[in-house]
Design a binder for this molecule. Sequence first.
Ligand code: MG
Length: 173
Amino acid sequence: MEPRLNIPVGSSPIHRVGLGTDLHRLEPGDRLRLGGIDIPFDRRLCGHSDGDVVIHAVIDALLGAVGLPDIGERFPDSDPKYRGADSRTLLAQVVAEVEASGHVLANLDLVIEAERPKLSPHKERIRQSLAELLKASPDRIGVKAKSREGVDAVGRGEAIACTAVVGLTATSR
Ligand code: MG
């Protein structure tokens, strides 16, 4: 896909920064939806939508960067419309809102925390998936995976967490 911002990463002035975090519990299942891709696993992430903790953190980072209400207000879990929603669709709406606000992604950096499964083999696919969803070049996206060394709910394999930071460049103001 053609990068939307056709200037070198190092020369993009950052006009806005956003931070998003999320955590979802795991339950028995047959696949893990992370960053818009499916990873074979014996557990799935619980949630009102598809539970994609990575996309939810990215959405909150984008919304925060442009000063919009957070994901819970934007896509309330009390609204049956979002039951089982594909988070990629929600992200597409937010990307359109970011564009409408006069900004484009300069970069995204994220840390996914999971005890199991090992995410290293899947990081590149997650990066490519997010690049496509964000209409950005993959070299603007960093995906890191960590464990929590057996400590707390994530460390015990009961949940997966994600932290995302985005930088945005102004396109029209
Ligand atoms: Mg969530």
